[in-house]
Ligand binder design. Structure first.
Ligand code: HEC
Ligand code: HEC
Ligand code: HEC
Length: 485
């Protein structure tokens, strides 16, 4: 249930933390802090916090103390982004009443005033953490969807607006393929939530990729990249694969690094964009900088504005249909089990974000087949057919489905799960087993999956092709008609 709870923060006021739930009653959300914060109050509260709370929650509120490690329930990380969802009244209630079996009640030893002051301090811990996080992220002004945490950004590639702008130009530039027919955007199209509508990728020389293109929306939060490779963890590294990989050829630039860089250097637009993005470097035209810029652009592809989000945040109780609401219940049910693998705020496996700590990658066999998958990298028999569970956000835009596009519609994808996958596949996950689903229930589940589409993706001007039309369609050496967009 924890994924459902994660999403139902503001509506039900049940949860605020990735590992637990608050026991503060709903009414407590309405109790307002009668005090005004000032330095004296913060000072008082910080001293009380050190004395009574820090052994479990740590001085910094991150709850990584020796004592915390010995408790049956991990104390809540008071700096976690989910704390934002907790109202003052709930924090006051918890400090007053404690949590049975987990945290003592403090009403016996603290006055009401002291308890309200502590609420200020708990807030302050989060503010301080945010400040630290922003410094770690660079100067770029993020537009985080409500309730989303900051993604992790490598310290060697802090985010700036200039890098993002350069990355966007590169992402849409066909000079990034040897024969100048393809850019990243050929296989990752904005209108399709950055997929390409093909079952499997087709590279610039016509070679077929064994797997299909993947959505890049919210890719900044993925612990590992691509369908089944446990080793690619950074977008900077991943970008090298399509550029220089030759099994299969995608953009086909292996050994042609200098040619690529001289092409870019000759462009008047890049003459200003590269130095602006990497102002400290005498020669900013390097492959490392190119991948840094593309990765920076990819990290801005954040979306959490589907009708389902509006409904869950409580902005609009009618943002999704009654059918979609019933479909939600099915999705999160133990009968269908979908949420075990497509969970959390991005409807996928474990996510990585700033302040998260270790984020283990997850791979599952969803009953399709014994295609290599993770096996390719681990050579363990049980890893045959294990793949990353992709995000189900915008799933209505990203057909065909699965790593090789073998399933054409969402309707057929549901049929696959209803049948419990391929019975001849011995590696099926324990969560993949046949279930009953009426026609009406199937329609409900579909309505729910469709409510996960953010309609603004296709039109968001910040993610669109920045080149004037003539330039972006430039195809000096025409590809065979069937590979043309
Ligand atoms: C003995 C260890 C311990 C001490 C001391 C302690 N806490 Fe907690 N605290 C916890 C645990 C465990 C949880 C997680 C409860 C849960 O998951 O339901 C928690 C949760 C919280 C929460 C989140 C609310 C929730 O429902 O999870 C807040 C806010 C909080 N503590 C504040 C404080 C403050 C302020 C103090 C000092 C006055 C304090 N705690 C002292 C163990 C402790
Ligand atoms: C020929 C089509 C094609 C081109 C061109 C292409 N990609 Fe991809 N992309 C794919 C395919 C296919 C996958 C899945 C690869 C796999 O699983 O091995 C993928 C996966 C990805 C992923 C992993 C997403 C995730 O959720 O794990 C990222 C990131 C990505 N591509 C970025 C790029 C960038 C950046 C470029 C340009 C430098 C690019 N791609 C060019 C087809 C393409
Ligand atoms: C055991 C984990 C697991 C469970 C349970 C699960 N899935 Fe999946 N799902 C996956 C994996 C792994 C993939 C990718 C498999 C592949 O391509 O080989 C996937 C792929 C999908 C896709 C295609 C995504 C894309 O971008 O191509 C859809 C749609 C989907 N699942 C929906 C559901 C629904 C609906 C349920 C519940 C009925 C469900 N899943 C249950 C693991 C799971």
């Amino acid at each position: 249930m924890r994924y459902l709870l994660l999403l139902s923060l503001s509506l039900a006021a049940l949860a605020h933390d990735a590992n637990g739930r608050t026991s503060a009653p709903l009414e407590s959300r309405r109790i307002l802090n009668p005090l005004k914060p000032n330095e004296q109050r913060l000072f008082n509260a910080s001293a009380v916090f050190t004395r009574l709370c820090s052994q479990c929650h740590g001085e910094d509120g991150k709850s990584k103390t020796k004592q915390a490690a010995t408790l049956p329930t991990r104390p809540t990380d008071l700096t976690n982004y989910l704390m934002k969802q907790m109202k003052d009244g709930e924090i006051f209630w918890i400090v007053t009443n404690g949590v049975v079996g987990k945290m003592p009640a403090f009403s016996p030893q603290l006055t009401e005033e002291q308890r309200w002051e502590l609420v200020f301090w708990v807030r302050e811990l989060r503010t301080r953490q945010l400040y630290k996080e922003r410094i770690q992220l660079g100067t770029y002004k993020w537009k985080l969807p409500p309730g989303f945490p900051y993604p992790n950004v490598p310290s060697t590639n802090l985010m700036t607006a200039a890098k993002v702008e350069l990355g966007r130009h590169l992402f849409y530039d066909r000079r990034l393929s040897l024969n100048q027919t393809q850019s990243c955007a050929t296989c990752h199209q904005q209108a399709r939530a950055f997929t390409d509508g093909k079952p499997r990728g087709v590279g610039s020389t016509g070679q077929h990729h064994p797997r299909g293109s993947m959505s890049l929306v919210n890719v900044a939060y993925n612990t590992v990249l691509t369908w089944a490779n446990p080793n690619i963890r950074k977008l900077e590294e991943q970008a090298l694969a399509p550029l220089f990989g030759d099994h299969p050829v995608e953009l086909g630039l292996t050994g042609k690094e200098d040619l690529l860089l001289s092409r870019l250097q000759a462009d008047p637009c890049y003459k200003s964009l590269f130095p602006a993005a990497f102002p400290e470097e005498a020669n900013p035209f390097t492959i490392a900088n190119l991948t840094r810029a593309i990765a920076s652009f990819e990290r801005t592809l954040l979306s959490g504005d589907s009708p389902y989000d509006a409904y869950r945040r409580g902005d609009d109780p009618d943002a999704i249909s009654p059918a979609a609401k019933r479909g939600e219940t099915l999705f999160f049910s133990e009968r269908l089990e979908c949420f075990h693998c497509h969970g959390g705020f991005n409807f996928t496996g474990t996510l990585d974000y700033l302040g998260k700590g270790i984020a283990e990658a997850e791979f599952h066999n969803n009953g399709l087949s014994l295609d290599a998958g993770l096996f390719e990298f681990t050579r363990l028999e049980e890893d045959k057919g294990r793949f990353k569970a992709p995000t189900l956000r915008n799933i209505a835009l990203t057909a065909p489905y699965m790593h090789d596009g073998r399933i054409k519609t969402l309707d057929a994808a549901i049929d696959h799960y209803r049948a419990g996958g391929d019975p001849a596949n011995p590696n099926r996950s324990e969560f993949i087993k046949p279930f009953k689903l009426t026609t009406a229930e199937k329609a409900d589940l579909l309505a729910f999956l469709e409510s996960l589409t953010d309609p603004s993706i296709a039109t968001n001007p910040q993610w669109s092709d920045p080149w004037p039309p003539r330039r972006s369609r430039m195809t000096p050496s025409p590809a065979p008609a069937r590979y043309r967009e």
